[in-house]
Design a protein around this ligand. Structure first.
Ligand code: LLP
Length: 422
């Protein structure tokens, strides 16, 4: 058994609303987002010309609408995400474009949609140039370049280097420029995203790579995008990235390019996690407390069907307990798991599936356990495994909780299914 993880305390409210009130009104498992935290995160990034929200992190329409009203533009990685952006009121065209489609392929729906709605495409593979070129010759495009290196909080979130499927390999740049030229398409911008949850050292290397590649493409470049990847501190003791320093690096790169090209170069950033992670809380109810040998398990009504990050990456999330009555007087080291019929359904695990313990207040069934910093890649990676309905989502604004996605019903689970009676 690896070492015990660090202490987290009691929590009585989320976004200023008493947890028992939220549970009474909306049930559990429940995702709650604090609008004030998102507001602050948007503000943190205001030095960049454009903040483009990578909606894959949390794509609820209410969140997209919230971002849009605050001047944040949006990224989409699928036809579904384009529809979400449109339904949230984003307008495709413009400069910078309201919606950008960034992906390594077009599935047939996505190609149809970007062509019919005039969505700007950030190209991730040479085949996409052909496919778009045939349907929409003369389009402006941006290229997502894989600079040959990457870094993420896990190997699974590293999106650069030759083991990654993402972006256009930097040595294929000339081929892509030629290909674009054949369809009369202009490369107006470049984009690099080397991984999610990376660090400042790696992010800094991207600036140098960007300058090299942009210099090579030349004068047609009007915009550069730093991609996403900004980490947030999940574990106690972790720190925020120095955003001023990060901006300075990119601003210097941009200015050098402006000097070289003799025109303005627009600077974008494309965060997902940074904008929403800390706003989100997953509230669950402890349904059983049981002992297995030397381990005490808190078993919740939320599992990896609600939050997959621990089972996928061994990701750490802070946790806290909201007792249903009284205050516990001591902590104990426990394993926290969910309801699913699978041994890996454990929230306290490290990459590789090693179960570990967490110091949490003594709790009993009926108490609530809050998994924190769950706003990014939480609900959106949820599933119906074990026929569990997707959780409800609530957005708290000015102290008022608003239901922004109803809990799935059991009927929803079988929607579209058909019995053949054979
Ligand atoms: N831009 C592109 C092209 C991306 O591929 C991503 C993330 C982002 C922006 C946003 O990255 P962020 O700022 O959120 O780090 N499910 C994983 C994260 C996967 C990220 C995939 N791409 C997790 O839970 O950690």
């Amino acid at each position: 058994m690896p070492k015990t993880q660090s202490v987290v305390a009691l929590r009585k409210t989320v976004a200023g609303v008493p947890i028992p009130d939220l549970v009474r009104q909306f049930g559990t498992p429940l995702f709650v987002y604090d609008a004030a935290v998102m507001e602050q995160r948007i503000e943190d990034l205001k030095k960049f010309d454009t903040v483009r929200y990578a909606q894959k992190a949390c794509s609820n329409l209410a969140i997209l609408d919230f971002m849009r009203r605050r001047g944040v533009l949006v990224d989409a990685v699928s036809a579904g995400e384009i529809y979400r952006a449109l339904w949230a009121g984003y307008v495709p065209g413009g400069r910078p474009p309201g919606i950008v489609y960034t992906a390594d392929i077009f599935d047939r729906d996505a190609l149809e949609l970007v062509v019919s709605r005039g969505i700007h495409v950030n190209i991730g593979s040479p085949d996409m140039i052909d496919q778009l070129g045939e349907r929409a010759p003369g389009s402006d495009i941006t290229l997502r370049i894989n600079p040959g290196f990457g870094h993420g909080h896990s190997r699974k979130t590293n999106t650069g280097g030759e083991h990654s499927k993402h972006g256009i390999w930097y040595e294929q740049l000339n081929d892509c420029l030629r290909l674009a030229g054949r369809y009369g398409m202009t490369v107006t911008g470049l984009h690099m995203h080397i991984g999610s949850g990376t660090d400042l050292d790696h992010l800094a290397q991207v600036c140098q790579a960007m300058e090299r590649v942009a210099g090579h493409v030349g004068q047609t470049i009007q915009s550069i995008s730093a991609g996403g990847g900004l980490p947030v501190p999940y574990r106690p003791g972790e720190e925020y990235v120095d955003l001023d320093a990060y901006f300075q690096l990119w601003d210097t790169t941009r200015r050098r390019l402006e000097e070289r090209f003799g025109h303005r170069v627009h600077l974008e950033i494309e965060p997902g996690r940074y904008l929403v992670a800390e706003s989100g809380f997953l509230i669950s109810e402890i349904r059983a407390v049981k002992r297995m040998g030397t381990n005490i398990f808190y078993l919740l009504d939320a599992g990896f069907n609600n939050l997959a990050r621990p089972i996928l990456y061994g990701a750490y999330h802070p946790m806290s307990i909201c007792p249903s009555e009284g205050d516990p007087d001591r902590l104990q080291a426990v394993v926290v798991g969910g309801p699913l019929c699978e041994s890996g359904d454990i929230f306290t695990q490290e990459e590789g599936g090693y179960v570990c313990r967490r110091e949490l207040p003594v709790a009993r069934p009926g108490d609530f356990l809050v998994i924190e910093i769950a706003g990014a890649y939480g609900f959106v990676m949820g599933s119906n495994y074990n026929s569990k309905p997707l959780a409800a989502e609530v957005l708290v604004h000015n102290g008022q909780p608003h239901l922004v996605r109803a809990r799935q019903t059991y009927e929803d689970l079988v929607r579209g299914e058909r019995v053949l009676k054979i």
